[in-house]
Design a protein around this ligand. Structure first.
Ligand code: GLU
Length: 312
């Protein structure tokens, strides 16, 4: 069995469950469509289930209006999800249970460091502060402070996995990240905790998402290990960038996905994913039925694409 096959069956023979997990901080743009398309095509190509999870755990940044827009956009582009839509804002009790488990196993500590205090800490390749361990042994109360998970000391801190596109990835958590936050001082659970708990509880076997999250995956694998969870397979797809080379996002003012020209935009996203043109797809349902039959994830391996999408 080759590495890609291994990664796909990393989910140990469980029936395929994929998901698209948008954060409702704004409307979907072309980059979101690319990620949604890859996860949908991969799920349908494997006759799997495909879930929508609204990642509104950070209630300070999310809105119900953005959620409604996203769901309308997805429906308009012909995505059909399985099961109920899950919202992270309704799952605090589950995240709290996971934190309690980590606390019982002495893997959690309270941290009173402010962003300002961490400014002097060295940065990792993503520009994040590498936590210097300041509060590790201080035994502060959890209630009014952030909660961080301890990462193992050097030598035992290496996390590796095989991404279906990027290949073998290794990260040393102690030197490249340090203990990381699972709940902020204001009580908001971190994306890292919520995504790991939800992927496990929803039985997700394949995570297909944008390459901007590749560097977050080792810490998610570490958390899965700490919590005794299963590890899904991973496929990180190329990021759509604007003319300035920036990732399309709300911050870079990416154009929201329009609800006209849907088929043209679907074909463009498919091409962006390096797939062979679906010449016979002249309606949205036809597009998706052909996409499921012609999806070639192996096309995503290799050096990242430099395609620009400034007109989309
Ligand atoms: N909510 C994340 C985003 O919108 C995606 C998280 C994930 O797919 O793991 O970027």
């Amino acid at each position: 069995m080759d590495a890609h096959q291994d990664a796909l069956t990393g989910a140990a023979g469980r029936p395929y469950v994929g998901r698209f997990a948008p954060s409702p901080t704004g409307p979907l743009h072309f980059g979101s469509l690319v990620a949604a398309m890859a996860s949908y095509a991969d799920a349908r190509a494997h006759h799997g289930r495909w879930l929508i999870r609204i990642e509104d755990v950070d209630t300070t940044r999310c809105s119900a209006t953005a959620e409604r827009t996203i769901l309308t956009q997805l429906a308009c582009y012909g995505f059909v999800h399985d099961g109920d839509i899950v919202r992270q804002s309704e799952r605090s009790a589950l995240y709290e249970q996971a934190l309690a488990q980590l606390r019982t196993n002495h893997l959690l500590f309270a941290c009173a460091c402010t962003r300002k205090q961490l400014e002097a800490a060295p940065r990792n390749f993503e520009g994040e502060a590498i936590y210097p361990g300041t509060c590790r042994e201080r035994r502060l109360p959890f209630a009014s402070n952030a909660s961080r998970v301890r990462v193992p000391a050097m030598g035992a801190d290496e996390v590796s996995f095989v991404d279906r596109a990027a290949g073998a990835i290794t990260q040393r958590l102690s030197t490249e990240l340090g203990d990381f936050v699972l709940r902020r001082a204001d009580g908001i659970y971190s994306y890292q905790l919520a995504v790991v708990v939800d992927d496990e509880l929803q039985g997700v076997t394949q995570v297909v998402r944008g390459a901007d999250l590749l560097g977050n995956t080792p810490r998610q694998l570490y958390l899965q290990r700490c919590l005794g969870y299963r590890t899904p397979g991973y496929l990180h797809v190329p990021l759509a960038r604007n003319a300035a080379g920036e990732k399309l996002s709300k911050q870079t003012r990416a154009t929201p996905l329009a609800t006209n020209n849907v088929l043209v935009t679907l074909h463009a996203a498919w091409a962006f994913l390096r797939q062979d043109p679906l010449k016979n797809a002249s309606s949205v349902p036809e597009f998706w039925s052909l996409a499921a039959r012609n999806w070639r994830p192996d096309r995503l391996s290799g050096p990242p694409t430099d395609a620009l999408t400034q007109n989309l």
